[in-house]
Design a protein around this ligand. Structure first.
Ligand SMILES: *[C@@H]1O[C@H](CO)[C@@H](O)[C@H](O)[C@H]1NC(C)=O
Ligand SMILES: *[C@@H]1O[C@H](CO)[C@@H](O)[C@H](O)[C@H]1NC(C)=O
Ligand SMILES: *[C@@H]1O[C@H](CO)[C@@H](O)[C@H](O)[C@H]1NC(C)=O
Ligand SMILES: *[C@@H]1O[C@H](CO)[C@@H](O)[C@H](O)[C@H]1NC(C)=O
Length: 825
């Protein structure tokens, strides 16, 4: 890209770019430091260790390790629960909603009300003696979303200084390289720092520069017994210069280059302090002996292999893309059409963040929490927990569809930690001797008790059901039968056991209560046999989303029993229960899907959650090709919510993108894609709750990737015998979307859309589909009216023409076959 020329020609203020060939879709770059603002600093990570790079002239890196939380497991079960549950049910049945809610708050809410909070690890400070931003020139810093690295460069007294930051998954460490263009010009005072609960701090000089010098900091989570302990350390390898230490810092002067390797280990994964420290040093020693270039190269090739699986092209921005990110965000607010590559960059940043914050790092790996991996606070917003009434699930919406299924493994590790906790809670709170239950948040211990204290959110026993269903979805993409047997089945079996125990026949339907529609209160109406009307309440029974989740669990159980030829008791019980779950209600007055058992007035017409539309997305039963009546009623609710102010948080807005994509409303999906980028990203591209600089939550970054992907490829429908997977190409591309292409998206059934291109307005051109696991697929294109041909698979042409929402007949495949789909006039 002729960047400098372009800037000169258009007369834009010359950005200081060192002639670097920034790619507007790939690099987020900045011409000033983050001004100590964490919504402007750049995140990198290896799935366990994270760094937030401030890029200040005196550098500060906020470092994280994903098992550093505020304390040990807590038994928060309310001892009054077991005796109170049936009385609460009776009150709900009798229409005494407020009495039920009051009793639930005293008898079911946990004590204490909160699980543990995610906490910071340490800061790494590097003082170069270079003063502040105004004392250097030619400053730039960047994030490369394709290779996962970040960097800073500037000029001081005629010398160019450069820093490179790498998070290495293969070596399990963070690696930083500091360099200067002239020999002997690099000074650095390097130290670790933490605000609280430091146990010991060390700085020691090694036997030689090549062997490395060390700084270390050990701390804990602050309890006098049973605290989470952690050990962190940096190994500093310099070429040239002299080194001193004062017991806390390592100071180097006159060096040519300095390399810092960093690691931390915690008692969450290593019960014994010696083991943890041995692991800390094992990784650091291995990195020092491999050397920086090898560590960097391995990290970059590992990261690039994952990030590079999907390539999205929405067209070029030209000069509008040749600017630092804050300028691009600002320009996008007034002219979104001018910078389509900012949308691509947001997409790539989302996938970068998923790879950086969620990897299989071995036993007890931990998933991306509310802030992914990055946190500087001891009391972060919402404890930076795993919120499982939407947010954790949303974090993984882009995983399988953008060919990053392996990033989801930590979710199932955590689920396996949570299941025994949930069995204990099922027994002690609900009197269920089989099965497990989770409420709306868990922490790293799988804390299964209810969280916080409010009738619209606390008593929601469906978290385990949602996560178990997500495990089934993971199977649908990967077709990994080992995973189905080892992980999906135990989770589904035990979720269903809890439901068989806890559901009651009421009005001829298997009904769950007390429960709630996540975080949304209603006004108790003076009808439907309810007394105590007029109050704002949350607790009820037969919640619409619960019924949808229960239906999914029952049919997932049935499907798994059939796939694995199981004859467990749950297989036939699920068959009995499935037809006896209350069907969705459609409001006779508004035509909308009803959120509760009858048409309650909602407390917030524009509520941010779209819980009653779970079955439109991420579920599939309300989608147009499955049930058009329910799709129409869903659209009515969705439009109404948005007209009333929903989409008010970043994550909520991205859920709306996914929902419109599932309704084949491409123009609306695209409009919300643009509005999301206009309203929510902070300067470092993090999703925010209410606009740049406001509370950070990573879920919106991930929901954004999913929504854009859902507009390009969908695969939630089966046709013909119910086993043929429908691969739906360009189902919801907006009319104003220009010619573009995408490579590497994945459909359920493990069909990879290796390439897909469209013309202006989202008109299908062609695609290549790889069958990775064999099986049957059919194709539908756009609105189902366009004609196309399918060929390949080694057995001659396949001619289009099918039914059931598909345009082509089911195509039998074997693993490894590639099919070409081409539009024909
Ligand atoms: C260690 O380094 C930090 C950060 O550069 C600095 O603030 C502090 O004064 C240093 N401490 C000592 C004892 O030199
Ligand atoms: C710094 O930027 C100026 C003007 O933008 C440029 O002329 C100069 O070559 C740059 N210096 C270096 C070392 O890149
Ligand atoms: C399939 O699942 C098993 C169990 O989770 C796992 O060990 C294995 O790596 C998976 N296979 C693939 C190809 O991902
Ligand atoms: C669609 O859903 C409605 C409401 O549950 C149901 O009555 C109808 O039978 C469904 N239609 C189809 C085609 O499944």
């Amino acid at each position: 890209m002729m960047l400098l020329t372009a800037l000169v020609l258009t007369g834009l203020a010359p950005a200081v770019v060192y002639g670097q060939n920034w790619d507007a879709s790939r690099h987020a770059w900045y011409s000033s430091d983050s001004n100590n603002d964490w919504h402007n600093a750049v995140p990198i990570g290896n799935g366990r260790l994270g760094a937030l790079v401030f890029g200040s002239i005196t550098e500060k890196l906020t470092l994280n390790e994903n098992s550093v939380w505020s304390g040990p497991w807590q038994d928060r079960v309310n001892p009054g629960a077991k005796n109170a549950v049936s009385g609460i049910w009776n009150n709900l049945v009798a229409g005494k909603i407020t009495d039920a809610g009051n009793s639930a708050m005293s008898n079911l809410a946990g004590n204490p009300t909160s699980p543990r909070a995610y906490n910071p690890l340490v800061d790494l400070n590097i003082d170069f003696g270079h003063g502040a931003l105004n004392s250097v020139s030619n400053y730039s810093r960047w994030l490369d979303t394709l290779d996962g690295t970040s960097g800073v460069s500037y000029v001081k007294n005629g010398v160019s200084y450069k820093r490179e930051y790498v998070a290495s998954y293969p070596h399990g460490v963070l690696a930083f390289r500091l360099s200067a263009s002239d020999t002997g010009k690099l000074n650095a005072d390097i130290s670790l720092w933490r605000e609280k609960w430091i146990q010991s701090q060390t700085a020691t000089l090694g036997s030689s520069n090549a062997a490395g010098h060390s700084v270390g900091l050990n701390a804990n989570s602050g309890q006098s017994s049973n605290a989470i302990n952690f050990w962190s350390g940096a190994r500093i390898v310099n070429t040239g210069g002299t080194v001193k230490s004062n017991g806390k810092n390592v100071s180097i002067s006159g060096a040519d280059t300095i390399v810092i390797f960093f690691n931390a280990e915690t008692s969450y994964r290593y019960g014994d302090a010696n083991q943890a420290q041995a692991e800390l040093n094992r990784k650091l020693n291995a990195a020092v002996s491999a050397g920086y270039p090898a560590v960097r190269d391995a990290a970059v090739s590992d990261f690039t292999a994952l990030a590079g699986r999907v390539k999205l092209n929405l067209g070029s921005s030209g000069n509008a893309g040749n600017q630092p990110v804050p300028n691009r965000l600002k320009n996008f607010r007034t002219s979104p059409a001018s910078d389509p590559q900012l949308i691509t960059l947001m997409y790539n940043f989302g996938r970068h963040s998923l790879i950086a914050s969620s990897r299989d790092t071995g036993p007890r790996s931990l998933p991306a929490n509310l802030q992914g991996l990055w946190n500087k606070d001891y009391s972060p917003a919402w404890q930076s927990k795993y919120t499982i009434n939407i947010n954790l699930e949303m974090n993984y919406w882009p995983s399988s569809i953008t060919d990053l299924a392996e990033t989801q493994k930590p979710v199932f590790d955590l689920l396996n930690v949570a299941i025994p906790r949930g069995q204990d809670v099922a027994k002690r709170m609900y009197g269920c001797n089989e099965g497990f239950v989770l409420h709306h948040n868990i922490d790293l211990w799988g804390d299964a008790a209810p969280v916080d204290k409010g009738t619209p959110y606390t008593v929601w026993p469906m978290g385990g059901a949602w996560l178990s269903h997500d495990a089934m979805e993971h199977y649908r993409f990967t077709q990994n039968t080992t995973f189905l047997r080892s992980t999906v089945w135990p989770a589904l079996q035990q979720t269903s056991q809890f439901l068989f125990c806890y559901l009651k026949l009421w009005n001829n339907y298997y009904t769950l209560g007390p429960s709630l529609s996540p975080e949304h209160a209603f006004i108790v109406p003076n009808s439907g046999g309810l007394s105590q009307s007029g109050k704002q309440e949350g607790l009820d029974l037969s919640i619409e989303m619960d019924n949808q989740l229960i239906r999914n669990v029952m049919s997932d159980v049935i499907e798994t029993c059939s796939l694995l030829s199981l004859s467990a008791a749950e297989c036939s019980r699920a068959q009995t229960y499935l037809p006896k779950i209350r069907p969705p209600g459609i409001s006779p007055s508004t035509g909308r899907i009803m959120e509760w058992r009858s048409d309650y007035p909602e407390s917030e017409k524009g509520h941010r959650h779209f819980s009653p539309l779970f079955s439109l997305f991420p579920g599939n039963r309300f989608t147009p090709l499955v049930n058009n009546t329910l799709a129409t009623a869903s659209k009515k609710l969705l439009d109404f919510r948005l007209q009333s102010g929903s989409g008010s948080t970043g994550w909520s807005r991205t859920w709306a993108i996914n929902l419109y994509a599932r309704l084949f409303e491409g123009d609306s999906a695209w409009s919300h894609i643009q509005q999301f980028v206009q309203k929510f990203p902070s300067d470092n591209l993090w999703n925010s709750d209410s606009g740049p600089g406001s509370s950070f939550q990573i879920d919106g970054n991930f929901g954004f990737v999913a929504g854009l992907t859902e507009s390009l490829v969908q695969s939630h429908v089966t046709v013909e015998d119910g086993k043929t997977r429908l691969v739906h190409l360009v189902p919801a591309v907006g009319k104003s979307v220009k010619k573009g292409s995408v490579a590497g998206l994945v459909a359920r059934g493990n069909f990879v859309v290796q390439s897909l291109s469209w013309d202006d307005g989202g008109k299908f051109v062609d695609a290549k589909i790889l069958s990775r696991s064999g099986g049957m697929f059919a194709v539908r294109v756009g609105d189902g009216k366009g004609r196309f041909e399918v060929s390949g698979g080694g057995s001659g042409g396949v001619v289009a023409g099918g039914g059931n929402g598909a345009n082509s007949k089911g195509i039998e495949t074997t693993a490894g076959q590639v099919f070409t789909v081409k539009a024909v006039a």
